[in-house]
Design a protein around this ligand. Structure first.
Ligand code: GLN
Ligand code: ZN
Length: 765
């Protein structure tokens, strides 16, 4: 009978127990054994949950206190020197110093860089390596967690990040070649594998997710070399795990590697099954990742079962394992906790626990159990029936999308025409000043919002409070002399949730937490149906704010790509179709704002870049629809209406053409942390429209000096025209306090004024 297994489980706990335990530990408020106790209980609970779901083999060492890439670095002693003194005193302090930085006992250590784990919303810490780096096995985490699972009676398979992906996900601080370190790293893996075998592990899971990326010749030789060495180690049998996409042009390489089993992602890339079956040498195990580990939907038996039967016919039962497509880290733990969800919605959804249960049913069906086959038939029938429900399909939305013509994505005139129309309509000075949208979210505001949600604060009182806050924000901006004002977003909890809650087709969970990094979790909204906007969402706040001032008030929306990217998206429509639906809903909001007298509208797209597919070849198609969706949102407004967008990052070099194609009148971007490095992109490519490279870093509580801001602006003026330059911070101010925001913004406006005078003086001479 086919084995049921999985590649990894969420670590954080249903009620974010790990978060609480970590944060108490960091505050120094917890007794010494509180954190280890909590983590042991979580591991035990999650293994037991898998056992209850009749999973045959569970992973171990999939747990992490903070991050599994950091764990791997620490395990093999890849610890940068600056952390060594802290490690010397206390290993756990050293570990957290690498994760979060360390400011204590005379140390002031910055953390490792953090970056996105492939195209998920999980972030890992980037190991810092250097030429001549030594690796030794110094930790015992994989062994300890294996023994822990074994003692509890589980058949456990240690999970390790494979050596090649580990190196590829790291960086070298001296610019040397990461893969050159493979020879030094492999012996440490060999020691570990022998240790695990001696402890009784029959299999080990080597995660090599980089196998789904474009890999060059050096990387390919590294895989060959690495797995040749590991195969000789005399360790457990190796299950080589690929996930997040198709092996594609790495399939031949992968199937050559001397491993005992291969895991492939058949949720993201179901089409690769036949090629994989053809390429797989006889006698290998195939772990078929058929249940989507990245999404919250039940699987479709009509698609999955025939694939599994094909695999079964080729491989036999013993060599076919059933698993989720990737680690379940990226989905919430248990749908059973979502008691408030509409039953019809719940019936179509599956969180980690339900996904394991589904796998069992598939395995039973493959083994010929009639009840299991019937259960899968029933599941498919239910999904088919749900697919026809109103809301899943909204005829008005479908019709509108069908009628959408390419003109829908156009402004009325080209930028040059709009530019002069806006210049006379808005009468802004040169180097106009503005902010990115949010102002400090004070405790008072948060408490009031919570009270309002809980029904303890009446609508009227809440509205009055928000209006008072908006007035305060407007008066402050007028007082310091900002040119384009914002209302400050006091009514918003989160930039996606706020809109999702007002749109048809979205739902929200109670405990649908997913780890973003360390103790940080997000609760992504779920897009289950056609997206439509029943009523205006922001118009009342923006018009109220505009009524308080003669200066232009900027309307503030979250863009369609970001609304998509930060949600769990239905899997019965292409993502681009869902994105177009959102774009049309937001377009209505844009037009309503315009009709209500709002002359500047910002459509934030901080997630546009992170939506880029893993393979370069897929970039153009994604960028085409992402840009089109933005343009649909902004399309059709008057030439005098100024459209802004905002992105929170500075890696623009490879997407600048697409950013220009969005054709926003003004874009604000992050640049202060990189000291305007991004402007390199603008040397190569002349960005035509208005641009505000952020002049101060809102992520830091530090108030920037005017000298710093002037310096950044002068740098910007070297590559941008004075006529296109805007002056603004890097991002929204919601996480800052008023005490920092006031002097920082005052200084910023002052800088713009000084520079205007200078520019006018040079123009006169
Ligand atoms: N308008 C949003 C704000 O100011 C933008 C946030 C973001 O880019 N992440 O908070
Ligand atoms: Zn931002």
């Amino acid at each position: 009978m086919s084995l049921v297994t999985h590649l990894g489980f969420p670590r954080i706990g249903l009620k974010r127990e790990l978060k609480r335990a970590l944060e108490a530990h960091w505050r120094g408020e917890a007794p010494a054994d509180a954190l280890p106790d909590t983590t042991r209980i979580l591991r035990e609970r999650h293994w037991q949950l898998a056992r209850d779901a009749r999973v045959d083999v569970v992973p171990c060492n999939d747990f992490s206190l903070y991050d599994h890439v950091l764990d791997t670095a620490v395990l093999f002693d890849a610890i940068p020197d600056r952390y060594r003194p802290v490690f010397g005193k206390n290993r756990l302090d050293g570990y957290f110093a690498m994760a979060r930085g360390h400011k204590r006992d005379g140390h002031d250590l910055h953390a490792l860089e953090m970056t996105k784990w492939f195209d998920t919303n999980y972030h890992y810490l980037v190991p810092e390596l250097h030429a001549g780096q030594h690796f030794t096995l110094t930790g015992d985490k994989p062994l300890a967690e294996f023994l822990e699972a074994k003692a509890l009676g589980h058949r456990a398979r240690p999970v390790l990040l494979g050596p090649v992906s580990f190196l590829l996900l790291s960086k070298t601080v001296d610019g040397s070649d990461r893969l050159a370190l493979l020879g030094a790293l492999l012996p440490a893996y060999v020691v570990l594998l022998r240790q695990l075998a001696a402890a009784g592990a029959d299999w080990v899971q080597m995660d090599e997710p980089c196998l789904v990326l474009d890999q060059d010749g050096d990387a390919r030789s590294a895989y060959r070399r690495a797995y040749a060495a590991l195969a000789e180690a005399g360790g457990p049998k190796i299950l080589l795990a690929s996930y997040f996409g198709a092996l594609g042009d790495n399939l031949a390489l992968t199937s050559e590697l001397p491993v005992a089993g291969l895991h492939v992602d058949l949720a993201r890339a179901p089409q690769q099954l036949d090629a994989v079956l053809d390429a797989l040498p006889a006698g290998r195990v195939l772990s078929a990742g058929v249940v989507d580990g990245r999404n919250v939907w039940r699987s479709r038996p009509a698609l999955v079962l025939p694939s599994l039967r094909r695999a079964q016919a080729r491989l036999g039962d013993d060599n076919l394992w059933l698993a989720p497509s990737c680690s379940l880290l990226h989905v919430p733990i248990d749908l059973a906790a979502e008691t408030a969800l509409e039953p019809a919605r719940r019936a179509t959804m599956a969180f980690a626990r339900q996904k394991l249960e589904e796998l069992r049913v598939y395995a039973d069906a493959l083994a010929g159990q009639v009840e299991a086959v019937a259960a899968l038939d029933a599941q498919q029938a239910l999904l088919d029936q749900q697919a026809r429900q109103h809301g899943v399909r909204n005829p008005a939305v479908r019709a509108r999308l069908h009628e959408l013509s390419p003109q829908g994505a156009l402004r009325r005139s080209p930028y040059a025409t709009r530019r002069s129309a806006q210049a006379s309509a808005l009468a802004l000075p040169s180097l106009p000043t503005t902010t990115i949208g949010s102002f400090p979210q004070t405790d008072d505001l948060r408490l009031a919002r919570a009270a309002h949600r809980a029904g303890k604060l009446a609508d009227d009182a809440y509205t009055a409070l928000l209006e008072a806050e908006i007035e305060r924000v407007v008066r402050f901006q007028e007082e310091i002399g900002l040119d384009v004002l914002v209302h400050g977003e006091p009514e918003r909890n989160d930039m996606v949730e706020y809109f999702g809650e007002q749109l048809d087709g979205y739902l929200f969970t109670r405990l649908g937490w997913v780890q973003s990094y360390g103790s940080r979790c997000v609760k992504p909204p779920v897009i289950w149906g056609d997206v439509a906007r029943p009523v205006p969402m922001t118009v009342r706040w923006s018009t109220y704010a505009q009524s308080l001032t003669g200066r232009p008030m900027k309307g503030m929306l979250t863009g369609p790509v970001t609304m998509l990217q930060w949600s769990f998206v239905r899997d019965d429509l292409p993502r681009e179709t869902v994105c177009r639906q959102i774009a049309l809903a937001l377009r209505d909001e844009v037009h309503d704002l315009e009709a209500a007298g709002i002359r500047v509208i910002q459509i934030d797209e901080p997630a546009l870049r992170e939506g880029l597919p893993l393979r370069r070849a897929d970039w153009p198609a994604y960028l085409a629809w992402a840009v089109e969706c933005f343009r649909i949102t902004a399309g059709g407004v008057r030439d005098t209406t100024q459209i802004h967008t905002h992105m929170c990052y500075s890696e623009f070099n490879d997407i600048i053409e697409a950013v220009a194609a969005m054709d926003a009148d003004v874009i604000s971007i992050e640049t202060s942390r990189s000291r305007m490095e991004l402007l390199d992109a603008f040397v190569r490519f002349r960005y035509p429209n208005g641009i505000g490279p952020g002049v101060y870093d809102i992520h830091s509580p530090r108030v920037p000096t005017q000298a710093e801001m002037l310096d950044l602006l002068r740098k910007a003026l070297k590559v941008l025209d004075a006529g296109q330059l805007w002056v603004n911070p890097d991002c929204g101010l919601k996480t800052r306090g008023w005490a920092e925001v006031k002097p920082a913004l005052r200084g910023m406006v002052d800088c713009a004024r000084r520079l205007r005078t200078e520019l006018a003086a040079t123009a006169d001479t």
